[in-house]
Design a protein around this ligand. Structure first.
Ligand SMILES: Cc1ncc(COP(=O)(O)O)c(C=O)c1O
Length: 432
């Protein structure tokens, strides 16, 4: 018995040594600190014995849960709280549609609130699927719905990746894509679109993505168009070309598609009928202006959709959210208005920014986000000093140390506030 405890204790301390000290401290705070009320005596020497319940819990977590260890050691960042306390008019980091949802959604709300709340939502939200299907002219069996497209981005690797499988991802892009592949122990190879080529995702870029997928026999190749953070798009012809050649699955994140293509004429959803290795993820969070309701969806061949559906949590989306998403689809012409307004505001910002010295845009955004840097200083800090919040991309995958911030295009009066601050940084700022 004592011998067994000694072995367990030695294994625990070895596991502890393997973790970096700061990771261990974090675990200590989270896991070991809570008080225990137990009949087992806790004394000064108890740390040396596994009769100590704290050590026993730590042992169980360290030694038996390989995904816990993996999460602590892999490249999965801790949650970082957003900067709080700024007036939302000065927050340009949000990624959302500042014009909000269709007025018809607000109008429908009182009647939606009459739905019974004591019942569970539909496990299979048929009505919403049918509406999406008729909007995109596809079959409802080719649709699954998630708690935001974030849920689907997390589930795709869970269902379709084996630990150690190779995956190819563009950079810079939405960090959750790489994170979800890392979570499932995928071997991620990134294909950078660079500052030198102005982040263009053209034919040459797609050929390098193909070369990387072929070389690694990638199980998943993942693209994002329009891309977060650059707003660059990939032509449908290039996606078609790639889908015919990649050795495995091709996932296309189209969270921002409707800002630039409200009718989805240029969307990869046009390909899913003929190419059964494509998954397209989309969302109500962006152009529909409904990030708060957390509804996203994926379009693919029925057999892949079936696999994703089996894995999903039951009732992951509230009935109210499902009904709001349905109401949004009753006013599809709203997307055209969002597209036009966003184009006007983006052009207004770009025309004015391009007149300012020392500021350089990255890429040619066609959506509601773009990246910008100061050629002579740290733009994130310079704007923050003037009360403007942007998303700092200086440490982000594929944009390291380039000094870019990501900016969300907002309403005219808000864009004027941003321009005023940018003028001050461009004119008044000397190198520091
Ligand atoms: C490219 C991209 N895809 C997906 C998402 C996730 O959006 P949601 O979970 O709100 O659908 C985001 C959110 O910012 C994003 O930028």
């Amino acid at each position: 018995m004592i011998f067994g405890q000694v072995i367990l204790f030695r294994r625990l301390t070895t596991a502890k040594r393997k973790l970096h000290l700061h990771q261990y401290r974090r675990i200590r705070h989270r896991v070991i600190k809570p008080r225990w009320s137990t009949s087992t005596a806790w004394n000064k020497d108890a740390g040396k014995s596994l009769r100590n319940p704290r050590l026993f819990l730590a042992y169980k977590i360290f030694m038996t849960n390989s995904f816990y260890n993996h999460t602590m050691q892999a490249n999965i960042p801790s949650y970082v709280p957003q900067i709080q306390g700024f007036h939302s008019r000065a927050d340009f980091s949000t990624l959302t549609n500042v014009f909000g949802p269709s007025p018809l959604v607000r109008k429908a709300l009182p009647s939606l609130l009459k739905d019974p709340m004591n019942l569970y939502p539909m496990r299979n939200p048929v009505r919403l699927k049918e509406k999406i299907a008729s909007w995109l002219t596809i079959d409802p069996s080719m649709i699954t719905v998630g708690n935001g497209s974030d849920e689907l981005i997390a589930i795709i690797p869970q269902v379709l990746l084996e630990p150690g499988d190779h995956c190819v991802v563009q950079t810079p892009t939405f960090f959750r894509i790489i994170e979800s592949l890392h979570r499932m122990k995928g071997e991620v190879l990134t294909v950078p679109a660079t500052d030198e080529t102005n982040f263009v995702l053209g034919q040459r870029y797609i050929e390098s993505v193909f070369a990387a997928s072929k070389r690694t026999n990638a199980r998943i190749t993942w693209l994002c168009s329009p891309n977060n953070p650059t707003g660059e798009t990939i032509e449908l012809d290039h996606i078609t070309w790639l889908s015919r050649r990649v050795p495995g699955l091709l996932v296309v994140d189209e969270a921002y598609q409707e800002f630039f293509d409200p009718k989805n004429n240029l969307s990869a959803t046009r390909l899913v009928d003929k190419h059964d290795n494509i998954i397209v993820t989309k969302t109500f969070s962006k152009a529909f202006g409904l990030a708060g309701i957390r509804v996203g969806f994926a379009i693919s061949s029925p057999h892949l959709i079936d696999a994703l559906e089996r894995w999903r949590l039951n009732f992951a989306i509230s009935s109210l959210s499902l009904r709001i998403a349905e109401a949004a689809l009753d006013d599809i012409s709203f997307l055209q208005k969002v597209h036009e307004r966003m184009d006007t505001e983006r052009t207004f910002l770009f025309t004015n920014i391009d007149k300012l010295p020392q500021l350089k845009r990255g890429g040619h955004s066609k959506t509601n986000v773009f990246i910008l840097k100061h050629t002579n200083g740290n733009l994130f800090d310079l704007l923050l000093k003037r009360g403007i919040v942007t998303a700092d991309f200086n440490e982000m995958n594929g944009l390291e140390h380039l000094g870019f911030v990501r900016i969300t295009v907002k309403t005219r009066s808000e864009n004027e506030i941003l321009l005023q601050a940018l003028r001050k940084t461009a004119n008044g700022h000397k190198k520091f």
